[in-house]
Design a protein around this ligand. Sequence first.
Ligand code: FAD
Ligand code: SIN
Length: 546
Amino acid sequence: MSSSDSATATLPAVVIGAGLAGLTVALQLAADRQVIVLAKRTLEEGATAWAQGGIVGVLGDDDSVDSHVRDTQDAGAGLVDEHTARFIAEQSARAIEWLVAAGVPFSSDPDGPLGLHLTREGGHAVRRIAHAADATGKAIHDALLEQARRHPRISLRERWMAVDLVTERHVHQPDGSAQCWGVYALDMNSRRVETLAASAVVLATGGVGKVYRYTSNPDTATGDGIAMAWRAGCRVGNMEFIQFHPTCLYHPQERSFLITEALRGEGAVLRLPNVDGEAGRFMPLHDARAELAPRDIVARAIDFEMKKHGVDHVWLDATHLGEAFLKAHFPTIHARCLQLGIDIARQPIPVVPAAHYTCGGVVTDLDGRTDLPGLYAVGETTYTGLHGANRLASNSLLECVVLGRTCALAIAAAARRPQPSLPPWDESQVEDADEQVVISHNWDELRLLMWNYVGIVRTTKRLERALHRIKLLRDEIEEYYANFRVTRDLLELRNLVVCAELIVQSALRRHESRGLHYSRDFPNALPVSFPTVLIRPARSDRRRVK
Ligand code: FAD
Ligand code: SIN
């Protein structure tokens, strides 16, 4: 599609991202119009396919919407928006039914609600996690992707990377109104940047875990949607709340392999290395819920114990659960660890915390509307108020499905608008980069400084140091962007540095410790607290359009 199509009455919607959020929007919106779905790597890559534990469903006789809202609020440490949490909990049964109807092979239990086996994770009062053994995300993603591939109104574009949104900065409107008209996207197959005019644009680009040196996240998680929305003038909220998952595998050959919290839900315990028996357990000293405390508490406790004892990992011990149980319930983890020489039925698993989930993001309402008309956002890229200061396990997949649907309905119901013609991308003033290695050096530097200075335990001095270095990196990267032809690595780095700055700026504004943000300078929570919402100061970008 090019700018010449923009006069047609119903342009396609462009969904940026082929994870659970993007596919949910696409499948439901395709009833109304053509949908183009962009994925910057293969369609299979993204956090969704890596999800292990499962998805919340308020389904059991022992469960209720109130109970789930309470658990979400407890985990969220006072910053959860109750209206959002309640809406999402109320819609959870419908969301699971939709996934079952789409063919997701959830683990079954003839006596369970809807015939499903429900497991448990930290912070949940009851068993309410629907799952497909320990590879829930892949089971969901495979089923939805299969439907999307077959859908006549969905066009899936692999290796297409959105660069920036087309807004009033590029298309002057006589009334000066701000809107999102489409997206500039790098087609990595042809190496050209194309202009996609759209009736609506949906950001479904996932989180920003890759901004940290150690992360459970896939390579796609570079905060592109957050950075694009920020550059387009949208508010971004709660970026200081980066969730560190307590248990990622500690192994030289496997840097991003998660050991699901469901293993602790089924009874696995954390121990210190070189200490035998019950005495090695440390979680009961930190929280009455021990290994099933919310993630921020468990990750901080591990960080504390590792520093106190000078060890580089702790053990997650599941040996007492037995080989047959582990193979049946956690086949992926059992097999992967075995390949790496760890028999989890006989040996404890070496684990460390790693950056896992972005609780903040682009501010939206419950229909995915952002501050910019025509621009919507869904999934991990957003801030909706559900997660507050710390996300409750397995609430993320649920949020993608529930708000993916409402977003599709809102787009379908929105008034159609006349579309101006959009200026093409112009690379006539730029050249190929002389040294790609500059990009990889900056990637490494940024990720290491975020790990060292903006991690689980923070201080103002360290945050200020980080900010100083981030600003230097940002200027260098912007200079590079202005002068050289764009590549995926350069674009991702440009987005990562924006997100790094947003995380640090947000952390510096929070003069308290709450949920995932812990500052040694402000160790207590304030009596009343609010989300940290940043608004981009008006400034013109160097842009590459004619
Ligand atoms: P993603 O699934 O990450 O999809 C992002 C998509 O955007 C990808 O297709 C990517 O290619 C595309 N993209 C990004 N930038 C661009 C761009 N510029 N142009 C074009 N395309 C772009 N949550 C749970 O609720 N339960 C769990 O059990 C669970 N387990 C997890 C285990 C792991 C190891 C990880 C990493 C996360 C887990 N989570 C879990 C979190 C959950 O998986 C994610 O929050 C959720 O899948 C996010 O879905 P999404 O659609 O927003 O993003
Ligand atoms: C896990 O399986 O431990 C991850 C669950 C989540 O991130 O919600």
